[in-house]
Design a protein around this ligand. Structure first.
Ligand SMILES: Cc1cc2nc3c(=O)[nH]c(=O)nc-3n(C[C@H](O)[C@H](O)[C@H](O)COP(=O)(O)O)c2cc1C
Ligand code: SF4
Ligand code: SF4
Length: 372
């Protein structure tokens, strides 16, 4: 069902769908990941790239934590990436190191294998933190930025795995983007549960490809992240309980994509959606949440009207006699039932997918012209 349904690309990587297996040290090696051939991405690791991190990992195993420990880290990741080619999907390798040099060597290996290098800035094990590894990188943005920009020079596709609510999330995401990373893989952890808002805040402030993570246990939880701007979602612990969860999620998101053409379409702005949802907004004539959104992008109400109508001219959503505002430029998301819009769609022979694809382009157009 997933065939060419999705068109999701980052650099030299093409994802067959937006569902990923996230890394769990000591568990997610190529053998484990080979059970998830339907996933759009499998993240192997976390692997330790030098003596220091392998020694720290060895200490962790003594207190019962699972880790991949090796005396030959580069050989290990090379052979793991070679074996992972059999899985038939995009592969990333999540790695930790105490200095830049091992990251650079691993980046070369990952690029050669056509894989993503994922910098682990997420790990909070004290043995790693003491080395300035994992979470310590989030707390040292100049060093994280230097690592990213040097690693990017190898040409590898770079993901950075981080955890929310440890440092200033927006400052972190912007630093990651400015340094040149391609992907932010964000564990939306919050002391009280999942911080879904962090996905929206990062979507609204960067152009990074976002992999949303934490407590995805069913399609409803995945949808919460997609509709706030995640390009992909990843699952870790839930696969240990229910290995078929990846297949379920792939089936569900594929159905949404087949029916609507925009699997991660935002909720309406007034429903908590991100700024992409300006594509579904009404003309800004009454007091509502659109005005706050317009302030965020720096548009006067009339400018917004001009941008929407200007884009829509000559497109299939220009028409809309009988709808609330006379043009489908102002119409709601296809999943909001509306017989007025649907009768125009029927009359103009525009499918739901075509309608949403034009709305997606409209949202890209609006945000391309944002002033802030
Ligand atoms: C046992 C275990 C090991 C983990 N190891 C890593 C790791 O090596 N690198 C990493 O970036 N995240 C690691 N994580 C974090 C997960 O990838 C994921 O971000 C986190 O578990 C939240 O997602 P979930 O709710 O789907 O489990 C680990 C998580 C668990 C439970
Ligand atoms: S303009 Fe319409 S869709 Fe947008 S926030 Fe206001 S009421 Fe909601
Ligand atoms: S016609 Fe329907 S879809 Fe269009 S703006 Fe009105 S309620 Fe929304």
């Amino acid at each position: 069902m997933t065939g060419n349904l999705f068109d999701i690309k980052v650099g030299y990587i093409s994802f067959k769908n937006p569902i990923a297996l996230a890394s769990m040290a000591g568990t997610t090696d190529s053998a484990f990941a080979s059970k998830f051939t339907n996933a759009g991405l499998v993240v192997l690791g976390g692997y330790n790239l030098d003596k220091e991190t392998n020694e720290a990992a060895r200490k962790e195993t003594r207190r019962g934590r699972k880790e991949f420990v090796t005396d030959a880290p580069m050989e290990l990741i090379k052979s793991e990436l070679e074996k992972a080619k059999e899985i038939g999907t995009a592969v990333a390798i999540n790695v930790r190191a105490a200095t830049l040099a091992p990251f650079l060597e691993a980046a070369g290996i990952a690029k050669e294998a056509g894989a993503i290098l994922e910098i682990n800035a997420h790990c909070r094990q004290p043995e790693m933190a003491e080395l300035g590894v994992g979470e310590a990188l989030m707390k040292d943005l100049p060093r994280l930025g230097e690592y990213i920009s040097e690693i990017k020079k190898t040409g590898v596709v770079v993901s950075v795995k981080v955890r929310a609510n440890v440092v200033d999330d927006l400052g972190l995401a912007k630093a990651i983007e400015e340094a040149g990373a391609d992907i932010i893989h964000i564990d939306a952890m919050h002391p009280q549960g999942v911080d879904i808002g962090v996905i929206k805040r990062i979507r609204n402030s960067t152009r990074l490809f976002i992999i949303g993570n934490n407590s995805i246990v069913d399609f409803d939880s995945a949808k919460e992240m997609f509709s706030r701007g995640a390009d992909m979602v990843s699952v870790a612990r839930a696969v240990l309980e229910e290995p078929r969860i990846i297949d379920f999620l792939v089936d569900e998101v594929s159905s949404v994509q087949a029916m609507t053409g925009w699997y991660n379409a935002p909720k309406h702005i007034c429903g908590g959606g991100d700024l992409r949802a300006l594509a579904f907004c009404c003309p800004p004539v009454k007091p509502c949440a659109v005005h706050g959104a317009l302030k965020q992008v720096g548009f006067e109400p009339q400018e917004f009207v001009n941008i929407k109508l200007g884009f829509s001219r000559g497109t299939p959503i220009e028409s809309g006699g009988g709808t609330c505002f006379g043009s489908m430029a102002w119409c709601c998301k296809i999943t909001k039932p509306c017989f007025l819009r649907d009768s125009v769609l029927e009359r103009t022979k525009l499918s739901d997918v075509e309608y949403m694809q034009v709305k997606k382009k409209l949202s890209e157009h609006i945000l391309k012209h944002r002033k802030k």
